[in-house]
Write a new protein. Structure first.
Length: 306
């Protein structure tokens, strides 16, 4: 494979939205090698993709077993990609876990540790490993959720919700955000998370943290010497079997995959002003105007984000 070939990495890519994003890249970008990872064994997925897209697709797709929580595994994959391609062009961080909240003292701290270990710290492991190796015009997408928006928090007064929003918005760098997540984990262990103003859903906190991290990371890229490296947090509005998604107009995984593909490949000014370091929902009805970091994507007028 020539060094100049583009390379993409999609984590959590053997089912659901992750698989469809990887499949879309393989289908539409013939000169791109796409690494598709999963925490479970990946045997057989290459054959499945080949049956769907043709034999050539098997050459462009590389299925890899990867636990994003394991720094050594992440570093080994990074070394392989950098050695073969020199850098990374597209990264979609989809690997994540969800537990329905159980607030019993014996369970909730373990849930919080497990969820943050993958959704926040695991995502950071991947980005940190590749951060020196993103090529100019790279695109990074962190998959987020409706539960990452303050309006989804249940059982909290409005003033506590605003305080929670402010807590994340006031983080100006990674160290502050990491400290905030360590505090949440500590508060969960000590059984005081509710008194300290946290919701009783570790997944919600993990996605709020990812949204804040996306903003902070873009600010770092804006001061980088590499040209036009963009990161956004994207909610594809696809159905999740365990999450309450209210009255959101849900999409199937194929349509959601096409949307994430678009966000991971669009170049500047392709369709007007392209957001940077923002949270983007693939639904024009659901986001309130109080969150200055969140955009709504208008499906009827493709590319308009407002």
């Amino acid at each position: 494979m020539p060094k100049k070939s583009r390379v993409a990495l999609v984590t959590g890519a053997t089912r659901g939205i992750g698989y469809n994003v990887g499949r879309e890249i393989v289908k539409r970008m013939a000169l791109t090698t796409t690494y598709m990872t999963s925490r479970v064994p990946v045997t057989g997925f290459s054959a499945i993709l080949g049956m769907e897209l043709g034999a050539c697709a098997r050459e462009r797709a590389k299925f890899v077993k990867l636990d994003v929580r394991d720094v050594e595994q992440v570093d080994q994959l990074k070394e392989k990609i950098v050695k073969n391609f020199g850098g990374l062009d597209i990264l979609v961080n989809n690997a994540g876990i969800y537990h329905k909240a159980d607030t019993s003292p014996a369970v909730f701290p373990k849930q919080v540790q497990d969820i943050l270990g993958t959704n926040y710290w695991g995502t950071k492991n991947v980005i940190s490993a590749f951060q020196p190796h993103f090529n100019p015009h790279s695109r990074i997408v962190n998959i987020t959720s409706n539960l990452g928006h303050i309006m989804s928090v249940k059982g909290m007064e409005d003033d506590l919700k605003e305080a929670l929003r402010s807590r994340f918005n006031s983080c100006t760098n990674e160290c502050e955000l990491d400290g905030l997540m360590l505090k949440f984990q500590r508060d969960a262990v000590q059984g005081v998370w509710s008194k300290e103003g946290w919701p009783s859903c570790g997944y919600t906190v993990s996605k709020m943290a990812i949204n804040a991290y996306t903003r902070i990371l873009q600010q770092q890229f804006d001061y980088d010497e590499r040209e036009d490296v963009v990161v956004n947090a994207v909610y594809p509005c696809t159905k999740h079997s365990k999450i309450d998604q209210g009255d959101i107009r849900l999409l199937d995984d194929e349509e959601g995959g096409r949307f994430v593909f678009y966000m991971a490949t669009v170049m500047p000014n392709s369709h007007g002003v392209f957001p940077r370091g923002s949270v983007i929902w693939n639904n024009s009805r659901v986001v309130d105007n109080q969150d200055k970091y969140t955009y709504r994507y208008n499906n009827k007028h493709k590319g308009q984000l407002y």
